[in-house]
Design a protein around this ligand. Structure first.
Ligand code: PLP
Length: 417
């Protein structure tokens, strides 16, 4: 019995023992705030481990205490998410932002320096500029074409090289699908880890766009992987949640902070996510196939100026090499530039009928939005120009509907422009 089951086969059973729940084939919702200890000694032993006063014994499971610390629905979900990302451990949160802000707060102290990729998710950008900067964290933006040498130079020039603590990446970048080289950033972190031996620089990657199916940043040199589980992992536009993955050491730190911020996901949402994980692969693959068909259609449409889709990166380019290294699929997020500015974009968006006009992504239904006036309205005009977030740019998140119906909708809306 040496056969190793694949993640999609384990999504229905891993981490759950029916005999502990009256034989129920599915995990029930453990809608409870607290758990009964069998003895006072047991309660003491559980707390010692939970508060980090001693290491867990080899065969010891952390007993259930209180749902802010642990809960079966959260633990099963965390175990299953680890399978996709080949991770040691995982912590789930009440939102993607909650996961991101907890990582930033845990790995950055006043006076520290961080590098972050641009453009980045609006909420993350806001947290960096309106909170971290106030507690005296210096944040340096990077772009996809920055080489290892450029980044090292930039860090040295800041005068805070000894305080570099975190390199934070979001790749592919939202909404333009620009790619950042995770391995290259891991090399920059290594360079400073060698130079300042008492300090560890962590590399964190927001993998919401391509994970957990098509990219595994921990295998590419990252220390921390982040998700808005609201998107592909949840996949039905009916919940908000987040996740962080990494080594036992990294997640141990994150879980202690989560215990005291109290921003863990609730049992009902965790249960919904378990249901979503069972169909994760079939959903994401169907979405990707549809996205490829959509990209191939709009690529040649006379009213479309340019398509930003991983499947449209020209072969033989540096970007293509990076795409092939980091991703096993072109994904299901397609952005394109329509001929004409905001007026043409709005005409198109208002004419859609099957595709819904809404922000968010990764769900079963197709969604369209206008980044320059919606998700990225807070980006300065100068940065919008630099990042290519023009008034002509439209972002599509492709769902699981019939490809011909999605294409029909796009075609009829483009005709109205
Ligand atoms: C949506 C999103 C977030 C924020 O997640 P929430 O679940 O809405 O808090 C972070 N990063 C990316 C890339 C996202 O798309």
């Amino acid at each position: 019995m040496s056969h190793k089951l694949r993640p999609e086969s384990l999504m229905m059973t891993h981490g759950y023992k029916p005999e502990l729940s009256e034989g129920a084939v599915k995990p029930p919702i453990f809608q409870t705030s607290t758990f009964v200890f069998q003895t006072a000694e047991e309660g003491k032993a559980f707390f010692e481990v939970a508060y980090g006063l001693r290491e867990k014994g080899q065969d010891e499971n952390l007993g259930l205490i209180y749902s802010r610390l642990n809960n079966p629905n959260l633990e099963i979900l965390e175990d299953r998410l680890c399978l996709w990302d080949k991770s040691e451990d995982c912590a789930v949160f009440e939102s993607g932002m909650s996961a991101i802000s907890s990582v930033l707060l845990e790995f950055l102290k006043p006076g520290d320096l961080m590098l972050y990729s641009t453009p980045t998710y609006g909420g993350t950008d806001h947290f960096i500029h309106d909170l971290l900067v106030k507690i005296n964290v210096t944040a340096l933006p990077i772009r996809p074409d920055h080489t290892k040498k450029d980044m090292i130079k930039m860090i040295e020039k800041s005068g805070k090289a000894d305080r570099l603590a975190l390199i934070y990446l979001e790749t592919p970048a939202n909404p333009t699908n620009d790619l950042f080289d995770i391995g290259r950033c891991a090399k920059v972190a290594k360079h400073f880890n060698k130079k300042y031996k008492d300090k560890k620089v962590h590399v964190a990657v927001d993998n919401t766009y391509m994970g957990p199916l098509w990219s595994h940043p921990l295998t590419l040199g990252a220390d921390i992987v982040l998700y808005s589980a609201t998107k592909y992992i949840g996949g039905h536009s009916d919940l908000i949640a987040g996740a962080v993955l990494g080594s036992k050491e990294v997640i141990g730190r994150i879980k202690v902070l989560r215990t005291f911020l109290g921003n863990m996901v609730g049992p009902h949402t965790a249960w919904l996510l378990l249901r979503s994980l069972e169909t994760l692969k079939v959903r994401m693959e169907a979405q990707m196939k549809n996205a490829q068909a959509v990209a191939n259609f709009i690529k040649y449409h006379p009213k479309v100026k340019r398509v930003h889709y991983l499947g449209c990166i020209p072969q033989g380019t540096k970007e293509y090499k990076l795409y092939k290294k980091q991703y096993s699929s072109p994904g299901a997020m397609v952005s394109f530039e329509i001929k004409g500015g905001e007026k043409a974009s709005f005409k198109f968006l208002n004419a859609l009928s099957l595709i819904k006009l809404a922000v968010s992504l990764g769900s079963t239904e197709s969604l369209a939005q206008h980044p320059a006036s919606m998700t990225h309205i807070g980006v300065s005009d100068e940065d919008k120009k630099a990042f290519g977030i023009t008034s002509s740019l439209i972002r599509l998140s492709i769902g699981v509907e019939h490809a011909d119906d999605i294409i029909w909708d796009i075609q009829q809306a483009l005709e109205k422009v």
